[in-house]
Design a binder for this molecule. Sequence first.
Ligand code: ADP
Ligand code: MG
Length: 248
Amino acid sequence: MVWTDTDPMVSIKDLHKSFGSLEVLKGVSMDIMKGEVICIIGPSGSGKSTLIRCVNALNNFQSGSILVEGQEVNDPDLDKLELRKKVGMVFQQYNLFPHKTAIENIMMAPLLVLKDKKEDVERLARGLIKKVRLEGKEDSYPGELSGGQQQRVAIARSLAMNPDVMLFDEVTAALDPETVNEVLQTIRDLAEDGMTCILVTHEMGFAREVADHIYFTDRGVIVEHGPPATFFDAAKDPRTIAFLGQIL
Ligand code: ADP
Ligand code: MG
C-alpha cells in the first residue's frame, strides 16, 4: 500500500517496550495526521520520553508497530538517517556545539550530512534564524545566549533538515520561567505553519491552546485522551483527575 498524506503521518499500534525486565510501554496506540499537534502528558517515569524516542528509532521496541509516512520504524533494513531526516527531535538539553556560533550550529547537519552547498545552507539558516525570531544573534556563541535563545537555535538546527514531523521532549522544562514563553511561541509559529508536532510537555495552558489532541499516560499505558476541551474540562479517569489537580 502506498502512503499518502491523508493517511496518518505517524501511526503507533500496540507498542510494547521493555528495558530488561522492566516493561515501560504496555500497548500504546495513537495516530497523528499531517499538520496535527498532539501533546503527551503524564507523571514522571510513565514512558513519555521512551515513546517518542521510539518514533525516530532512538529506542528499539519489542512488539507492535510504528509507521512514519507508512514506513515501519522497527524494520531492520530501515535507513535510520532517512528516518531522522523526516523526524526532527528537540530535547530538554539543547546540546549546542559551544565553539560554534548560532548560525554554524544550524548549518552543520545540512553541510555535513546532506552535503548541500554552503551558500544554499547559509541562506536556509538565515531564514530559520528569522523564523525562530533570533535575528541579530547569528554570530553569537551558545554561552552568550539565554536558555530560551539556545533552545530556539536547537529548534532551528532541527528544522534545517526539513523534517515532516517534529518531536519535542519537555523542551521548556529546564528553562528560566521568563524564557519559556519565547520557546512556546516558536512552537506555536511552527504549528500555525502546519508542522506536524508531537510534544511531551507540562505546559498545560499551551497544550490546551495549541494541541489538537491530548494523551495522558501513566505507567506505560494511555489512560485517557481527547481534544483539549474534553480532556481538561471533563476528564473521567481518576488518575487523570489527580494529575491535573496537582499540576493546574
Ligand atoms: P518519562 O519521560 O515519562 O518521565 P521515561 O520514558 O523516561 O519516562 O522512563 C520510563 C521508565 O523507563 C522509567 O522507569 C525509566 O527509569 C525507565 N528507563 C528509561 N530509559 C531507560 C534506559 N535507557 N534503561 C533502563 N531504563 C530506562
Ligand atoms: Mg521524559
